[in-house]
Design a protein around this ligand. Structure first.
Ligand code: OAD
Length: 246
């Protein structure tokens, strides 16, 4: 059987393994590409969510205020798709890498909970998650273990339940972001997996804040980050990450 290592340059993999094995602290930044191997769509590529859906309608407070029922029907569908998906070999490899690494942080832009379900522990969900809803007005939260019905959107305080995720124009959760910046500044190795790098501030973790790190991109496509990283491995996450923990 052909080794997976033969599908892309052996030299790159050796370099990556050596860097990862000797790093005192590692930050991994993931995007929707890692979950594409669990059958979930990305945002901007072929079949991507933002190719067929209007971002302003579905991923902004203005869109939600204008039509909360439409927005909830979309997020209900997405939450159900997340629940039906299984973590991929790439998600599992990152959990295994954390288990044997001293100082490991996983910052994800994904809201699908697949890293947690794969067993990752130190996960920073930069864009929130679809595990909970929160009130637009007060501090109330509720667990989403099924669809939120249109009749339930109004909250008793006068606000509305919304998905606990970050929409365009909104700030990232402050405490989560502070921990991510700290991890980026301390990291000796940063792995950037499955993201186009087009959304900030998340992408800036791998550039602006990763001052002392050896930054490696793992993505089958070239991205806006490619010219800025030390090493770019053109392969799928599940072809590369499991090799780091064997
Ligand atoms: P994008 O759709 O912008 O980018 C997905 C990236 O994954 C692309 O660069 C693909 O080439 C790459 N990719 C696809 N399959 C892959 C695989 N098997 N292994 C590795 N890489 C693969 O999605 P994101 O970068 O996640 O924000 O988008 C960032 C943010 O934009 C999302 O969190 C979301 C979206 O709007 C919010 O909703 C706030």
């Amino acid at each position: 059987m052909e080794s997976k290592l033969q599908r892309y340059p052996m030299e790159e993999m050796r370099t990556l393994r050596a860097r990862v094995d000797s790093a005192a602290s590692i930050l991994v930044l993931t995007g929707s590409g890692i979950s594409s191997e669990s059958g979930l769509p990305t945002f901007r590529g072929a079949g991507g969510l933002w190719r067929t859906h209007r971002v302003q309608t579905l991923a902004s407070l203005e869109g939600f205020s204008a039509d909360p029922v439409l927005v909830w029907s979309w997020y209900n569908e997405r939450r159900a798709a997340h629940a039906a998906a299984e973590p991929s070999a790439a998600h599992r490899a990152l959990a295994a890498l954390e288990a044997r690494s001293g100082n490991f942080t996983l910052a994800t832009q994904n809201v699908d909970s697949l890293h947690l379900r794969a067993g990752s522990k130190n996960v920073l969900e930069l864009h929130g998650s679809l595990r909970e809803a929160r009130c637009t007005t007060c501090d109330a939260r509720r667990v989403l273990d099924g669809p939120l019905d249109a009749s339930e959107i109004e909250h008793a305080c006068g606000g509305r339940w919304r998905p606990d995720i970050v929409w365009f124009g909104e700030s990232l959760p402050q405490a989560v972001w502070a921990r991510a910046v700290d991890a980026a500044e301390r990291a000796e190795v940063v792995l950037v997996v499955g993201t186009s790098g087009l959304v900030n501030p998340a992408a800036s973790l791998a550039t602006r804040f990763a001052r002392r790190a050896y930054v490696v991109e793992i993505n089958p496509e070239e991205t806006i980050l490619t010219p800025e990283v030390a090493l770019s491995i053109r392969a799928r996450a599940s072809d590369v990450l499991p090799e780091l923990v064997t």
